[in-house]
Design a protein around this ligand. Structure first.
Ligand code: ATP
Ligand code: LTN
Length: 332
């Protein structure tokens, strides 16, 4: 890792239900960009507890997510991987940045509005301050680039605003990060409700393709994907289901959308569904096999994560010190 390299940071909530949305919107781009950057990729388990978690499952989900990063091609030559909760500075900086974030700006976050409206009477405060913890994740490592799906754009803007505000109030402590949102695959849609984002918490599991799905299930899910009552395969606004299948193909194969759409001229929806299923299966099968191999050696995985969190903590601590100095806390 050369000292002159820029820094890339990203995270995903640990779950055993990672979707092809997470994979194409985030992980695949991490793999694509990693060699150009000094990378920090983590499982955001502190974020995960903004929703109820089963204590018996949480650690396994964290191991699963991190094993998936490695299986997808994250290379330890370029990247440091770890669990967010293992590096205490994330929570520490989050408190500080809470004092530099405004109620008004957090209340405007679309994700908060959506998730809090579903939470009913008891909305955890953590759901409200969630973007501040995310800003801490990013600013702790002085990230230059943050690859995420398009749903995270607003949180990235907030991160930039908080960094600029802190720097302006004190001195230039934080690097102001840029988002990286892929041109294709930034918003994979639900297969049954193609106007909604595919999500690990989708109400109907048939609408989301999970990285842990069997090849048979993947085939079944694509065959049942909602398209529309027409028959012509065109990439247009009014055909969100068709667009989604073409987007998935483009994000995996790297072919252009125009090229893919053209290759289906005169063909039926069924062809597009079967082909998309096959493309997804050939991408995911080796990732699944490698994930199982990493999970089979928990000792080795744990060693990788321990080394990762040690390294991350050293970098994070350097930032925390600068922050404490800039604020003017008494030296110890
Ligand atoms: P939920 O939908 O339950 O809120 P999530 O899947 O959005 O969860 P994370 O698992 O933390 O939340 O998302 C991690 C990364 O995956 C982020 O970069 C996010 O933008 C990306 N991502 C999530 N869903 C999609 C999707 N459908 N298409 C593209 N990218 C996605
Ligand atoms: N909020 C993000 C996950 C996340 C993240 C981060 C992404 C938490 N911390 C830091 C990039 C950088 C989400 O996708 N739900």
């Amino acid at each position: 890792m050369s000292a002159s390299k820029k820094t890339m940071v990203s995270g995903i909530q640990p779950t055993n239900k990672l979707t092809i949305g997470n994979y194409l919107g985030a992980i695949k781009n991490w793999v694509k960009l990693q060699s150009e950057y000094d990378c920090y990729f983590f499982a955001v388990d502190l974020h995960a507890i903004t929703a109820k978690q089963d204590p018996k499952q949480l650690a396994d989900n964290t191991f699963f997510a991190l094993a998936t990063y490695l299986a997808a091609g994250i290379d330890l030559k370029h990247a440091t991987i770890f669990a967010q909760s293992h590096v205490r500075q994330h929570a520490e900086l989050a408190w500080i940045l809470n004092c530099y974030s405004y109620m008004g700006e957090l209340g405007r976050m679309t994700q908060f509005k959506e998730k809090s409206s579903r939470a009913g009477e008891t909305i955890p405060v953590g759901l409200f301050t969630y973007p501040v913890l995310m800003a801490s994740d990013i600013l702790l490592y002085q990230a230059d680039l943050v690859p995420v799906g398009s749903d995270q754009k607003q949180h990235l803007e907030l991160t930039r605003d908080v960094a600029i505000r802190f720097n302006h109030n004190h001195s230039k402590v934080f690097t102001v990060p840029e988002p990286y949102i892929p041109t294709v695959g930034a918003r994979i849609m639900d297969l049954l409700e193609p106007t909604n984002k595919m999500s690990k918490s989708s109400p109907n599991e048939m609408g989301a393709v999970y990285l842990s799905d069997s090849m048979k299930d993947i085939e079944k899910k694509f065959k049942r994907a909602v398209t529309d009552s027409g028959s012509e395969i065109t990439y247009v606004e009014e055909k969100p289901g068709i667009r989604n299948l073409i987007d998935i193909q483009a994000a995996i194969t790297g072919r252009s959308i125009g090229d893919i759409a053209k290759s289906y001229e005169g063909k039926m929806y069924g062809h597009l569904k079967v082909d998309t299923a096959n493309i997804v299966i050939s991408e995911l099968q080796p990732v699944q096999e490698r994930t199982q191999r990493f999970l089979a050696d928990k000792g080795e995985l744990q060693r990788i994560l321990r080394a990762g969190s040690d390294k991350a903590a050293t970098r994070a601590e350097a930032t925390i010190r600068k922050v404490y100095d800039a604020i003017g806390f008494a030296p110890r």
